[in-house]
Ligand binder design. Structure first.
Ligand code: FCB
Length: 454
């Protein structure tokens, strides 16, 4: 058995997001978000639940910092709730919302934990939906106002900022496939939405640099290496298409200042663009989007094995038997993490990278004594940390790892049916209990190292 030590100063962390844990829907003059509204729509959430109370972190945050201290994490990734800070979408910010985060950040810092704030983890103020949400270019200015208000208040104490979490999910799941808020099913809205997200990222990075001392500004993408399902030309071509629409559609504008030409053609072929033309892209936008960033946040859950569907369009189809998939229906594939990190480093050369999310949903249950045994999460964690370690050895500038999630929470359209936490949350009492994986992670953090599997 050998010990794999991580570099000195490697940031071991855990992640959450405001909408998934806070609750406190109307507390402190918060306004409704698109998700508060979406959850009330018939059939939108699998278990008919809503995020109105969630983990009640809004009142239990002190206890949550104690959990983090017990775990020994060096950093905590969380998001500020856009709807708490700008309840009406535009105009005045809400000082009660900003006070909440200021107090919270001060307590984190006092505990020696580095805060990583994501500004938009999907909870746009509901008020902005009237203008079309992300499909409207006006939302760009609204986001920049929110970024300004938040960084003006917290920029003297928080260095690490991310603009958006997973713009692919917002634009594709929210505006094209209708699985996420606002539940639209219009490809004609999805591409402008993605563009407006990217543009507002670039403009917000400028604001972050202005307001934050020694800023580390970045964005968080969900990246999934595309694997041809079989060694046929059709499946290889489908994998290329998937990669273009999922990974490169965001990486290329951010790091190269252009959309990937092959993916633009694919969109035209599917009838989502007219003759490769993108009228929503205006003069100067691409330069603004490709403003240099200090780090790329990469969320990794699985590879995507891709088959050619009708018309050659990419269709995801796992390569392993159903019984091996996680509760989300995702394949466990640690090598994909190394692969993704090495590829991004080679093709785009980010200054640094953090794994900003990685985790597994399992049917965790407490036994009679309250113990939660989750051996599959322990092997998932170990194997992905070893994969991250291999990436570092291959020259990837990986500076930290945030496990998703610190605690069980509201998993969007799945409600409270998918449990990702290191801590179990009893959603009747909101009591938190460390799972066995939390003890395992705590030991790895203390050792700054991970042992090979036996
Ligand atoms: C990611 C989201 C995060 C969580 C995990 C499971 O796509 O960023 O909020 O839902 O998936």
């Amino acid at each position: 058995m050998s010990t794999n030590s991580f570099p000195q100063g490697f940031l071991w962390g855990a992640a959450t997001s405001a909408q998934q844990i806070e609750g406190g829907r109307n507390a402190g003059s918060r306004g409704d978000s698109v998700w508060d509204w979406y959850a009330t729509q018939e059939g939108a959430i699998e278990d008919g639940s809503n995020p109105f109370t969630a983990c009640d972190h809004y009142t239990r945050w002190r206890e949550d910092i104690e959990l983090m201290s017990w775990l020994g994490v060096k950093a905590y990734r969380f998001s500020t709730s856009w709807s708490r800070i700008m309840p009406g979408g535009r105009g005045a910010s809400n000082s009660e919302g900003l006070d909440f985060y200021e107090t919270f950040v001060d307590a984190l810092l006092a505990a020696g934990i580095v805060p990583f704030i994501t500004l938009n983890h999907w909870d746009m103020p509901y008020a902005l939906l009237g203008d079309g949400g992300w499909a409207s270019r006006d939302t760009v200015a609204a986001f920049v106002e929110y970024a300004a208000a938040t960084t003006e208040r917290l920029g003297d104490r928080v260095r690490h900022w991310a603009t958006h979490n997973e713009p692919w999910c917002i634009s594709t799941l929210g505006y094209e496939e209708g699985h996420h808020a606002p539940g639209h099913t219009s490809p004609a809205e999805a591409l402008p939405a993605a563009h407006h997200l990217l543009l507002s990222h670039g403009l917000a990075v400028d604001v972050i640099r202005r307001n934050v001392r020694d800023a580390e500004a970045g964005i968080v993408l969900n990246l999934s290496p595309a694997w041809p399902h079989s060694d046929t030309d059709e499946d290889r071509e489908a994998a290329r298409r998937f990669d273009g629409l999922f990974n490169r559609w965001f990486l290329d504008p951010l790091f190269r200042g252009e959309y990937p030409a092959d993916a633009v053609e694919d969109r035209t072929r599917r009838g989502h663009l007219e003759e490769n033309s993108m009228p929503f892209v205006r003069e100067g936008d691409m330069a603004a989007i490709s403003v240099p960033i200090d780090y790329l946040g990469a969320n990794y859950y699985s590879r995507t094995a891709v088959k050619a569907g009708p018309g050659g369009d990419p269709v995801g189809a796992p390569l392993v038997p159903k019984e091996e998939l996680t509760e989300m229906g995702w394949e466990v594939f640690p090598d994909g993490l190394t692969d993704m990190l090495v590829r991004v480093t080679k093709d785009y050369g980010p200054r640094s990278i953090y794994v900003t999310e990685n985790g597994i949903a399992l049917p965790d249950e407490a036994d009679g004594s309250g113990r939660v045994s989750d051996p599959r999460r322990i092997s998932f964690l170990r194997d992905h940390l070893l994969a991250a370690h291999r990436a570092i050895e291959a020259g990837v500038p990986l500076k930290g790892y945030f496990h998703w999630s610190l605690m069980d929470n509201f998993e969007w359209g799945h409600g409270y049916t998918k449990m990702f936490g290191l801590f179990r949350v009893d959603f009747n009492t909101c009591e938190r209990t460390p799972k066995e994986s939390a003890y395992w992670y705590r030991d790895a953090i203390a050792a700054n190292a991970v042992e090979d599997a036996d």
